[in-house]
Design a protein around this ligand. Structure first.
Ligand SMILES: Nc1ncnc2c1ncn2[C@@H]1O[C@H](COP(=O)(O)OP(=O)(O)OP(=O)(O)O)[C@@H](O)[C@H]1O
Length: 850
């Protein structure tokens, strides 16, 4: 009986402890503790400051040894913070660290702010910094003021400083201690800022100067560096003052640049909250690893990987070949010779200034799919396991262990073959095994790269959606340092899968219709919209289908780029596509020119230099936003415009990486006449959703596999050697609409970002001469009659009447326009018909034929 009560009490105690621990970990507890820290810090500040005036008087009272008497004399204590304040100051200042004890207050307040989530300080760094400063100054002051300061009651270095400096002096002598303090100070400054080393070098050799043709970014400390004024994001500002630049605090510039260029996480506080909630309520965000016993039930279930674990996909991307990209060389010309500029250079350039109140989209715009409960169906797991063992056994393969990682839609069974079984044997049997397992979407990885095990991927009976919100709320996305972070979804081990488009640098997306391509493209755009300010990123969207991307039209003045005479920023017309791509080539060339003049190797260096005002906007320099080109239905484009489209795309893909222009092309039909060798060579990052055939998979990934995917966002991402299976994040059209509307309601630029004008030098001035009669569509004349009869230049009319596809109808319409029979596109309205009647048409036709 007694034993039972004991157990009950222990259990109760355990539960209570657990409750207390949970309560302490809660956000409210953090906030309250933080607030207390700040309040206590302020109290200490009062006590310390008062100590300097009242300490002398209080000291004699506090020195009284009897606590009873201390209580009586309490009224005579003069410190504003009372007896305890006086005691605390006496102890921390005189008995410990001297005046540098103020560092304790600084740390307390910093820690409090961090706990309250008011600021996101790194506590470890602040702690180390405050401790170092406090101890260093304490010893230094201890050395300078041996004993009380001018016979006053204050020990500037405290007893600690006094004793430590005395001990050091006895060991290494006073000069030794001075040298040690000096070295420590320099080391601390080196750890604190990278500016220390050039500063020390310069102090050691004052006439040390960088060579003029050094392509590195110039040292901001250099007094004669020219710096630009504060222009708008696209145009140079008019204000120019005759001012020298010596007095620009280099540190300030670099700090502000860091602040302005680092990407703020939208609503970071909220994000963390959500993430914690996710951790609590949505255990599906954890990877579930189950070790399956070889005979029956699972032996162990463990939540192995935390969502916060970062997989090094980005870094991996870094190491990959850039797909035949030619080397970019900077010629040896003095980069800054034409930059002598003396404008208003007191502040670093802030690219976000024009839209400084811009708010990043918030996570509440996205659906959370809370009902999407995680489930691990043990029956299913065991049935699969048994099937795998049976099938392998039937081929004479024994296994020693089997482990399952349950992903959102796929489970990976990792199999260790028994000793003596050769992996090559399993690989040879791959097709037979797949046939025997015969479920849709089984993929065998023999062996798993870097391991001696074999992977068998089996689709889950109840797949789970990976909501975009969960990916964007993840710590990995929030804290990413990628320049163009693209969050694609979750891997089989439930880790957030991200790539840096800036390093990819161009992406090919393929997938049969309805397998998740459009959702994937939306996920890519969404993740960029959540991370980039309108001044830093522009999209060029090419959408021949005219429907998929219309949802982005509202953000034209924030995030889209277009031709100067372009009506719609979402480009749907084939001729406009060719013009736009060529215009992008012009932009690319201009950017290269500017980079060369600035002596920078890439856009990042260039922008950093521009921000620190080392480049002169009057010489054409400007802040360069990244440009991401998205082309949907690339197959249709190639079919209609062929080389006209392929050539500029390949040029961009070969060269544009360094200047921040990146292309993503998507196609339903990954055939070799669409994804040509040149395209493939220049698009190293490949995304394959489910495709129709093994041939298609080979075209896109250079290997089979994509035909076995299960659709609905199940995809393989390839960059380098081995494809990664990822469940694409799901973002629905209404969610994208909400994001677009959230952005479009805010102040934008007056127009979309203007691409340079492109003049086709080979273009014939006469419209009629532009039409090659030998290549006219057989339906050309009939279509012309139809439009004249209806007096309505509508592509869908041609499509309907002749029962032909959109692309062909579009092509006919382009030919009709070039022949001067219909006018140019007219927004969403039908084109104007320029021929009045049949006679008019006859005349035009005969002029065309001659
Ligand atoms: N990541 C995903 N998670 C869950 N379901 C998805 C995902 N991606 C797509 N789906 C489902 O598949 C459907 C089709 O997707 P989507 O429109 O992206 O296909 P698509 O490949 O672009 O087709 P098309 O080429 O015809 O435009 C979606 O409506 C959705 O129901």
């Amino acid at each position: 009986m007694k034993k039972k009560t004991d157990t009950k009490t222990t259990e109760q105690k355990r539960v209570t402890t657990q409750k207390v621990v949970t309560a302490l970990k809660s956000e409210t507890a953090h906030f309250v503790i933080g607030l207390l820290c700040v309040i206590f810090g302020v109290y200490m500040l009062l006590a310390f400051s008062s100590f300097f005036f009242t300490g002398g008087n209080d000291q004699s009272i506090l020195a009284h040894p009897n606590p009873g008497e201390l209580l009586e004399t309490g009224n005579r204590i003069q410190n504003y913070a009372g007896t305890r304040g006086a005691q605390l100051s006496q102890y921390l200042i005189n008995d410990c660290f001297g005046i540098p004890a103020y560092c304790i207050i600084v740390f307390l307040i910093v820690a409090g702010m961090k706990l309250m989530k008011a600021y996101n300080f790194s506590l470890r760094k602040w702690f180390a910094g405050c401790m170092t400063v406090m101890i260093w100054f304490s010893i230094t002051l201890g050395l300078i003021f041996e004993g009380p300061f001018e016979n006053s009651f204050i020990y500037p270095g405290g007893l600690h400083g006094y004793n430590v400096s005395r001990w050091f002096c006895s060991q290494i002598g006073t000069p030794g201690l001075i040298l040690a303090l000096l070295v420590t100070a320099i080391l601390f400054c080196v750890a604190l800022t990278s500016k220390t080393m050039p500063f020390v070098r310069k102090a050691l050799r004052p006439n040390l100067r960088r060579k003029g043709n050094d392509p590195q970014p110039a040292d901001p400390e250099q007094p004669d560096e020219p710096r630009p004024t504060e222009p708008t994001a696209t145009t140079p500002g008019p204000e120019i003052q005759e001012e020298k630049t010596e007095d620009i605090p280099a540190k300030k510039i670099s700090e502000t640049y860091a602040a302005s260029s680092s990407t703020p996480s939208p609503k970071v506080t909220e994000v963390y909250e959500e993430e914690e909630d996710n951790d609590k309520n949505e255990p599906q965000s954890k990877a579930h690893e189950i070790e399956l016993s070889l005979d029956e039930t699972p032996v162990r279930e463990s939540k192995a990987s935390d969502m916060r674990v970062e997989i090094a996909t980005g870094e991996k991307a870094d190491l990959l070949p850039s797909g035949g990209e030619p080397a970019f060389e900077i010629d040896e010309k003095t980069s800054e010779e034409d930059e002598a500029y003396t404008g208003d250079v007191t502040q670093p350039y802030n690219p976000r200034l024009d839209l400084e109140h811009y708010k990043f989209p918030t996570l509440d715009l996205l659906n959370t799919y809370n009902d999407n409960e995680p489930t691990i169906d043990m029956e299913e797991q065991n049935a699969n396991k048994d099937r795998i063992i049976k099938v392998l056994r039937s081929f004479g393969i024994e296994i020693s262990s089997i482990k399952a990682s349950v992903g959102p839609t796929i489970t990976l069974y990792e199999i260790t073959p028994a000793e003596g079984v050769r992996i090559s044997k399993i690989r040879n049997l791959e097709d037979d095994i797949a046939l025997s397992l015969s479920a849709l979407g089984i993929r065998i990885i023999a062996p798993i790269p870097g391991k001696g095990t074999i992977g068998i991927e089996v689709p889950n009976a109840n797949p789970r959606i990976v909501p975009m919100s969960s990916i964007l709320a993840s710590k990995k996305f929030q804290e990413t340092t990628f320049d163009l972070p693209v969050a694609l979804g979750k891997t089989i081990t439930n880790e957030v899968f991200m790539v840096d488009l800036a390093k990819a640098p161009h992406m090919l997306v393929a997938g049969a219709t309805g397998q998740g391509k459009s959702v994937g493209l939306n996920a890519i755009v969404t993740s960029l919209l959540y991370k980039k300010h309108p001044s830093e990123l522009k999209f060029v969207i090419i959408d021949p289908k005219k429907v998929e991307f219309a949802i982005y039209a509202p953000i034209e003045r924030h995030f889209l780029a277009k031709l100067p005479d372009g009506e719609d920023a979402i480009i749907t017309d084939v001729t406009k596509v060719v013009q736009t791509l060529n215009s992008l080539c012009v932009e690319m060339d201009t950017r290269y020119d500017l980079l060369r003049k600035a002596g920078c190797r890439n856009i990042k260096e260039y922008n950093a230099k521009f921000i620190s005002r080392q480049l002169n906007p009057e010489k054409g320099h400007r802040f360069m936003p990244y440009i991401v080109i998205i082309i949907d239905e690339f197959g249709d484009l190639i079919m209609t415009a062929g080389k006209e489209v392929e050539l500029p795309i390949c040029r961009i893909a070969q060269l544009a990486r360094a200047v921040g222009i990146h292309a993503i092309i998507a196609t339903q039909r990954p055939t070799t006449n669409i994804i040509t060798g040149t395209i493939k060579a220049n698009f190293p990052a490949r995304v394959a959703f489910r495709v129709a055939s093994m041939m298609d998979s080979r075209t896109i990934l250079d290997r089979p596999g994509a035909q076995q995917l299960i659709g609905k966002g199940d995809m393989l991402y390839l960059q380098g050697n081995d494809p990664v299976r990822v469940q694409c994040a799901f973002v629905d059209t209404p969610e994208v609409e909400k994001i677009a509307s959230y952005i479009s309601k805010q102040q934008g630029y007056p127009t979309a970002f203007m691409l340079p004008e492109y003049v086709d030098e080979n273009a014939e001035p006469s419209a009629a001469a532009d039409v090659d009669m030998n290549r006219l569509d057989p339906l050309f004349e009939e279509a012309a009659r139809l439009l004249i009869y209806h007096q309505q230049g509508s592509t869908s009319l041609i499509q309907r009447k002749f029962s032909i596809g959109y692309n062909r109808a579009g092509r006919i319409m382009d030919q009709l326009e070039r022949a001067g029979i219909v006018g140019p596109t007219n927004g969403s309205k039908a084109r104007e018909v320029l021929c009045m009647d049949e006679n008019d048409l006859e005349m035009r036709m005969s002029s065309l034929k001659n």
